[in-house]
Design a protein around this ligand. Sequence first.
Ligand code: DGJ
Length: 730
Amino acid sequence: MAISIDKNNTLFKIDTAQSSYILKIMPDGLVAHVYYGSWVDSADVSYLLRFVSRSFSGNPEGHFLDKAYSQDTLPQELGTYGVGDYRPDSLRIQLPNGAQACNFYYRSHRVFQGKPPLEGLPATYGEDAQTLALTLWDKVSQVECTLFYSVIAGYDAIIRSMQVKNGSDDTVYLNRALSCSMDFDHSDFDLITLRGRWGGERQLVRNPLHPGIQSVESTRGTSSHHYNPFLCLCDHQATETTGDCYGFSLVYSGNFLGQVEQTQLSNTRLVLGIHDSGFSWQLAPGDTFTAPEVVMVFSDQGLGHLSHTYHGLYRQHLCRGPYRDTPRPVLLNNWEATYFDFTREKILSLATKARDVGVELLVLDDGWFGKRNDDTSSLGDWVVNEEKLSGSLGALTADINALGLKMGLWFEPEMVSEDSDLYRAHPDWCLQIPGRYKQTSRCQLVLDFSRREVQDAIYDQLCAVLDGANIEYVKWDMNRHLTDVWSATLPANQQGEVAHRYVLGVYSLLDRLLNRYPHILWEGCSGGGGRFDPGMLYYTPQIWTSDNTDAIDRLTIQEGTSLVYPPSTMSAHVSACPNHQTHRSTPLETRGAVAFTGSFGYELDLGALSPEELDTIAQQIARYKHLRHLFATGVYHRLRSPQSGKDAAWCYVSQGKQQVHFTYIQIHKVANSPLVRVRLQGLDEGLQYKDEATGAIYSGRVLHCIGLCIPVLQGDAQAYTVVLQATTKR
Ligand code: DGJ
């Protein structure tokens, strides 16, 4: 059993195959955090809770003379505001008298099979799961707080969430409600975060923890290009294959805050959840607030195992729909081929060339609706521009289908242009603050998705388009961040809810569309990877990783992304040279090898390519199709980090370890360069593997211990790939 409780109902132990998590109900009812780390065979490790009297650390009720017992130093499952725990807190509740303090004590618990869904929120799921629900109570506010801990069989992950229920007769306000709090009795950690910018998302940043608070956060209304809702604490010496690592990943797509404090006593507290900046949630008597979940993963085998756990869990217990387990079609997106400047003939000509090289899906990007020929108009008017398409979308789709291709379409449902019929009819439907200038970004405004009638109007428009043509893929874009966060329909004391209600509105609309069109493959996007988070993956099993399609820049973007997110969720396209973002030229082979890492496609004008280049692309696609099951479901190992600026390497190993795909990229060539050898990971040491191209045979152990020799490659941005096939079965 994953969750066990001692006979006194004071010690709770949650086990995964390789980790244990222990918490304890203290005699006064406070809930102490005892341990999280490598699996241990006993819950009785409360000796870890050491009590030392510290000056300026206050003592809670019942401990007047017990100066060593303080919420300032006690490791806790729920740190609250205003009662002497000065570390980053998880919960602040404002009572009618203005007081914000709250203090929670154990009330009851429940262990049950399964993992309940979170109302209105994305969440991991699994039938073979077990959950501990620990209910706490604050007698002054009469608010109840339930902490949930779930484990899904087969994963070294513990999934936490929190529900707050107002049990009083008064209305109270949640001014901070973070989903997860974690205390460690030391601070010998490196902190890894994923930082970035547009065109350079999720760069892996690793630094030793230092005294004070370090944070990752977004107040942009979305998870953002700039920070990802993920933190990792690991041993200073942790590598891809060794060391203790703890991951914390928030399943949410809006404002978030992750804080880590190295405390005065060199302990560590980590909190993660919805950002409290501008946040406040009204709880009328009987109301409940559900905070999004945090997926905690522990690995005592380095960052590789941490990633593999997230990959498996997110691929199979977060992503949904028919494409969860099915390799995705190879696509051609017309954006970098035409931008807004296309006609029916141009699209059909692209599609024909795409069909000829083996592409399976044609994606018509921005510019097919309203009167949109640049980015200044028509968002919100999801009506096909039949003049531009020389006919209906249904007819164009039928022609694309007749070529043997599926048809995909771009939308940006959350946005509105001032130059649109929707805006002219409903100028109050966008986020705006009375009396203030409505800030535009990319010439557009944000629709107030906290309002159901706004969601409904967009839903109806999208359905009309999707019902009128055989659309089998949708790219859901979002090209600006939120400003002027205020909603015309909420009273003043609920304006702090708008940002979260906006996110709930996006989720709700996605949910309705997914239910109505279960066959569609949904791709998330936000000016590239500006909303690449687990929340969106629940709805869109793949996300456009970055608007930066440069193969070399993609190496660090894909490396950082792969720390948490399965490669199958990363959309990756081969684009033209010189690259439109960096103006760098890289060989077509290298662009293909890098894009193979994710859900694969093309984004360039095939009509501008030579017959030789088209031939190379046809070969690339054939090779991808041959291997895509491995890319979609295999275990991904990072072997060399592109952060060196010198080279990068990775490999995929199939679940049964029968097939391996190895990629080496020489980023920068130096004269008279040293010879390179790369050791592989994840193979079966007892099997023999054959290099498909050369026929050379290596044992799995040799590949682990010695590795592959990289031939001398001439020039920058060169790729070397090897497919290894086991010659025997285990
Ligand atoms: C931003 C996306 O990331 C691009 O791929 C493209 O769809 C444009 N938006 C279209 O406006």
